[in-house]
Structures are given as structure tokens and as C-alpha cells.
Design a protein around this ligand. Structure first.
Ligand code: 1SD
Ligand code: ZN
Length: 285
């Protein structure tokens, strides 16, 4: 039995391209932000986080450990949106999830001058389509991912010694205790949790066009990654490292293993990818 660090796939990261050709092509994510080469942009504007302070009705969240990360979906009637930020379209929230490592020196997918933060949150948004019905009809005729047009917000977390550094994250880390085992979704009631409460104070961000960081690696993502990290306590960070994942055998089949420490999700970030001739810009207020 081998433990693969590859996520969302039965393949290790370096084999993704065999099964998912897009993972080996251009415009892949994550990347390293080389601050000596990135200039503040004249054309980027700030992003409006519309209804980010809203609660889903009855504070209802679906929390799911899918074996490679924890995914949270708010049961919104009118999901929070991104507007502005040179995005052209409006994008609405679909889900959020995290990437982390075994120790504090690794974990984030994006890097800044080679530095990795211990945790990175992704708030995934999809382009808003006015006529849902028409869209569903079309989808049946097409490949599932063909219409994908996503905007993902990346937020770095930095571990600080103060136990009370980020109480806004407590509803999330407490809910993690209920999804230690993979593949068993829970309905959580999170009265004090909003997306707004996870954003950093300063909203400067790096912008570039990239991909999903997991198979099938579709190059359809407008990435906005905040420059300022958000604090997280040691205890909160450990809650992520207690989550259990899948273990695969040589054929990529999921194995059940009695020893729980063997199955922990301890590394679910993809290595940085070549930037190629892409332009990375910085919105600086
Ligand atoms: O890894 C996630 C993947 O699980 C899925 O959530 C996808 C959105 O459909 O997004 C990628 S990521 O690029 O946000 N890491
Ligand atoms: Zn992600």
C-alpha cells in the first residue's frame, strides 16, 4: 500500500496527466508569485464581495470530507457574489475548501517568493447564468466541464501562537471534528459563520488566469489570491491535520486501513506550475 499525495484522483500528482491530459498542458495552477517581477496594475480594481455577510437560511451548511479535503457548501437561496475586480461577469459562490500540509512550513498551493503558508482557503465561484433551465438543457449535450468558468479566491493562513487569534474560524475547525472520516457528509448549523469573517483586512490581491489545481485541471479559473494572510492558531491548524483520507493500493484502488494515523490527510497541495508567458498582476489599494 502506498500513500499518494495526489488529490481528487486515484493517481499520484506526477501521473495526473496520463489520465487527465489538461493537467500536463498550459495555464496550470498553482504558481509562485515572484514579487520582484509583479507590478501593481493600473487597470485592476478592488473586488466587491457582495452579500458575503449573509447567512444561508437556517445557517445550514453541508460539510463533506471527500478524502482529499473538506468542502463546505452553504445552502443559500441567493449565494454571495464577486463583482468588479476586472472580472466582467458576476460570479456566485459554489463551495469552499482548504489545502494544507503536515508541518507549518508547507501547505498552501500558491507561494510568495517561494514561501509556502501552512493553509490556503479556496472560495470557489462560478459565472452566474441567468437562465438556469436553458443552461441545464445545453449541458446534457456537452461534456460536463465545457461550460466551466470559475473565479476562485485564495486566502493564506499564517500560524500564530495566540490561541484566540482568529475566533471567526472556530465554527469551521469545530465542524471538522464531525467529518474526521471521509465520505460521510454532515449538515451543520453554523450560526456565527459568514464568508466575510474569513477575509483579510487588506484586500490587495494577485490576479492571473489558471486552472483547477486538481484533475481534470481545466484552465478555466480567474485566480485572485490575497496578499495579506489571515491568522490561525496552532490548535485550529491541527484540526485540519486530524482529518482522514483515502489510502490507495498500487492499482489506484481505495483501501481501508485499520490504523487511522496512516490515513490522515497531511498533504493536499499541488506543486507550483510553470507560469509560461502569463501575466500576473497585483491590485494594490
Ligand atoms: O481542488 C478543487 C476541486 O476539488 C474542485 O473544488 C474545483 C472546483 O470545481 O476546484 C479545485 S481548486 O482549483 O479550487 N483547488
Ligand atoms: Zn483548491
Amino acid at each position: 500500500i502506498s500513500r499518494h499525495t495526489g488529490v481528487n484522483s486515484t493517481q499520484p500528482v506526477d501521473k495526473w496527466r496520463d489520465e487527465y491530459p489538461k493537467c500536463g498542458r498550459h495555464n496550470q495552477s498553482p504558481i509562485n508569485f515572484d514579487t520582484s517581477r509583479i507590478q501593481p496594475s493600473d487597470t485592476l480594481q478592488h473586488i466587491f464581495f457582495v452579500d458575503y455577510d449573509e447567512h444561508p437560511p437556517h445557517h445550514a451548511w453541508k460539510i463533506f470530507n471527500n478524502g482529499h479535503t473538506v468542502v463546505m457548501k452553504g445552502n443559500y437561496t441567493c449565494p454571495p457574489q464577486l463583482q468588479g475586480g476586472a472580472l466582467v461577469d458576476k460570479y456566485e459562490v459554489v463551495q469552499l475548501h482548504f489545502h494544507w500540509g503536515e508541518e507549518d512550513f508547507e501547505g498552501s498551493e500558491h507561494r510568495v517568493d517561494g514561501h509556502q503558508y501552512p493553509l490556503e482557503l479556496h472560495i470557489v465561484h462560478k459565472k452566474r447564468v441567468h437562465d438556469e433551465k436553458a443552461n441545464d438543457d445545453k449541458k446534457e449535450l456537452k461534456n460536463e466541464n465545457e461550460d466551466l468558468n470559475l473565479a476562485v479566491i485564495g486566502i493564506f493562513f499564517d500560524v500564530v501562537s495566540d490561541e484566540n487569534a482568529n475566533p471567526n474560524l472556530d465554527p469551521v475547525t469545530q465542524a471538522l471534528e464531525r467529518v474526521i472520516k471521509p465520505d460521510e457528509p454532515v449538515d451543520a448549523y453554523l450560526p456565527t459563520f459568514t464568508l466575510q469573517s474569513l477575509l483579510p483586512k487588506y484586500r490587495d490581491y494577485y490576479r492571473y488566469t489558471g486552472s483547477l489545481t486538481t484533475p481534470p485541471c481545466d484552465p478555466v479559473v480567474k485566480w485572485s489570491v490575497f496578499r495579506q494572510p489571515v491568522p490561525i492558531s496552532r490548535q485550529q491548524m491541527e484540526a485540519f491535520r486530524r482529518l482522514e483520507g483515502h489510502v490507495h493500493d498500487e492499482d489506484g484502488q481505495i483501501q481501508t486501513v485499520a490504523n487511522a494515523t496512516e490515513t490522515r490527510i497531511l498533504k493536499n497541495f499541488r506543486p507550483v506550475q510553470p507560469i509560461g508567458n502569463r501575466i500576473v498582476s497585483l491590485y494594490s489599494s
